[in-house]
Design a protein around this ligand. Structure first.
Ligand SMILES: *[C@@H]1O[C@H](CO)[C@@H](O)[C@H](O)[C@H]1NC(C)=O
Ligand SMILES: *[C@@H]1O[C@H](CO)[C@@H](O)[C@H](O)[C@H]1NC(C)=O
Length: 333
């Protein structure tokens, strides 16, 4: 190219100055890497000379807000083949790119990031003729997820209960206990729509107990969720509830037992797998008075005065309805 020849001396001077300023600002400004929690982050660090660093030394350290040894490479040795000293926090999570070393690329990858990885890292080459240090800021952004039991104050999974059902309506109760900061608790339908509800709040010390009542009507799925959210700690936890309105199970042609079994058979098989893995429990509640009166040829329901009875779901997938059952519910854990 004859480009340079075509430029006048002053133009060249300007151009060269521009290049100088550009590289200076690139070196002075810190590279910022933003990732979502639990994803992998590549922290870039490359020598502008692109010289081969396979036989060289470089260090990765976290310097702010806390000091930690992240990764060290010394002529082929590193933390995973003999070098000691890596901070436990990063143990097993940091890798480099061996094939990139020949191009002066000392970038690393931190796997499965946590919010706590956020901070300022340095990458330095202490033994190069021109000692070089690069500064990289990592920001790991939290995502809303279930942190029950992981963070103090995170709301535990809500407790849900069907207080009453009729042919078309059900009264539901949701309880969240001992949470702080104060959680937002909502009843929602399976499309995520927030349902009108009445809330009771009580506070003990810094902890909140919240009880939420709602009255729901039949939907296509008859699935409702109680959701507790604490934005401040990116925590959300929910409890899903299937409501079998009176009539779904109880109001049947051949009596409650067949009705219940037929009603449940379609989903029993699907549920069986989940039940077997312990993720879903099934409860059968006491019968609806309305449907019980309906079929006089029903076998007498023994002990129908007792409270909710457990529906047994056997590990092989069969479902047993207790005699007093005429409507059923299950809850997803
Ligand atoms: C260094 O290697 C990483 C990982 O392969 C890559 O993402 C990055 O672009 C490379 N940097 C340069 C300057 O080539
Ligand atoms: C974050 O990391 C620091 C330093 O390793 C540690 O002391 C602290 O407990 C960590 N915090 C969380 C929430 O993991």
């Amino acid at each position: 190219m004859n480009l340079l020849k075509m430029l006048s001396a002053s133009e060249c001077l300007l151009l060269c100055l521009d290049v100088l300023i550009l590289s200076a600002s690139a070196e002075g400004s810190r590279i910022k890497v933003v990732v979502l929690e639990r994803s992998d982050a590549i922290l870039p660090c490359s020598l502008s000379t692109k010289e081969n660093i396979v036989q060289k030394l470089f260090n990765w350290r976290k310097v702010d807000p806390n000091k930690q040894e992240v990764f060290r490479y010394d002529g082929g040795l590193h933390y995973y083949n003999g070098l000691p000293g890596q901070d436990e926090h990063f143990s097993g999570r940091v890798s480099h790119f061996p094939l990139e070393l020949q191009f002066g690329n000392a970038s690393i990858m931190i796997k499965n990031t946590v919010v706590n990885d956020s901070g300022v890292y340095t990458c330095d080459f202490p033994r190069l003729q021109q000692k070089q240090t690069f500064s990289i800021e990592l920001v790991v952004e939290p995502v809303m997820r279930d942190r029950s039991g992981k963070i103090p104050g995170a709301a535990p999974k809500p407790l849900v209960q069907i207080l009453k059902t009729t042919k078309d309506q059900a009264r539901l109760k949701c309880e969240v206990r001992g949470a702080f900061p104060k959680p937002k608790v909502e009843w929602r339908d399976s499309n995520g729509n927030i349902l009108p509800a009445e809330e009771q709040v009580s506070q003990t010390g810094e902890r909140y107990d919240i009880t939420l009542f709602t009255t729901v009507t039949r939907t296509n799925s008859n699935i409702f969720l109680c959701v507790a959210t604490q934005e401040e700690i990116s925590h959300v936890t929910k409890h899903e509830l299937y409501v079998a309105f009176c009539g779904t199970c109880g109001q049947v042609i051949t009596g409650w037992l067949a009705g219940c079994l037929i009603g449940m058979l379609s989903f029993a098989l699907n549920l069986a797998a989940l039940v077997a893995t312990g993720t879903i429990s099934i409860r059968c509640n006491r019968g609806c008075p309305g449907s019980a009166n309906k079929s006089s040829e029903d076998p007498p329901a023994p002990d129908s005065e007792t409270g909710p009875e457990e529906l047994q779901v056997l590990r092989n997938g069969s479902v047993v309805c207790s005699p007093a059952t005429s409507h059923c519910s299950w809850a997803n854990y």
